[in-house]
Design a protein around this ligand. Structure first.
Ligand code: HEC
Length: 115
């Protein structure tokens, strides 16, 4: 009667390893992006300087994950311009309208690249 116990213990161990594996810190949260357009590349620069500290790689940090929900572009723009709760507002003197368009293009790319 010892074998089945050892087998199920091994099974549980494997199961927990595979579940805990994805929660590891420091692993990339998305597949490498295909930065094909200039707009998306510029959006990434804006993202890295203003957003990445709270939404690291699009995943949750201080702020919630933003790469896992189908937020429409105009809503994301509204949130960025007006802020909400802890998230600060970013006005035109920080992110221009052109940069905002690029940023939203990058956010959509980030979302579609999510693993
Ligand atoms: C100081 C930390 C901080 C920074 C910087 C920040 N955010 Fe946020 N963000 C938050 C928090 C906190 C929330 C949740 C706000 C709430 O619902 O009260 C949030 C929410 C959001 C949401 C809505 C997510 C949802 O679930 O509805 C979007 C989109 C978003 N942020 C995008 C951005 C973008 C783009 C930038 C860069 C321009 C940015 N954030 C910069 C903290 C931050």
């Amino acid at each position: 009667m010892k074998k089945p116990f050892i087998l199920s213990a091994a099974f549980l161990l494997l199961l927990s390893l595979s579940y805990c594996g994805s929660a590891r810190r420091g692993t990339p949260t998305h597949a490498p992006l295909r930065i094909e357009s200039q707009a998306i590349a510029q959006g990434e620069v804006v993202y890295m300087s203003h957003c990445n500290k709270c939404h690291p790689g699009g995943a949750a940090g201080l702020g919630p994950a933003i790469n896992n929900k189908p937020l429409p572009g105009f809503l994301m723009k509204f949130q960025i311009r007006n802020g909400l709760g802890v998230m600060p507002a970013f006005k035109e003197d920080h992110i221009s309208d052109q940069e905002l368009d690029n940023l939203v293009a990058y956010l959509k790319e980030l979302r579609s690249a999510k693993k």
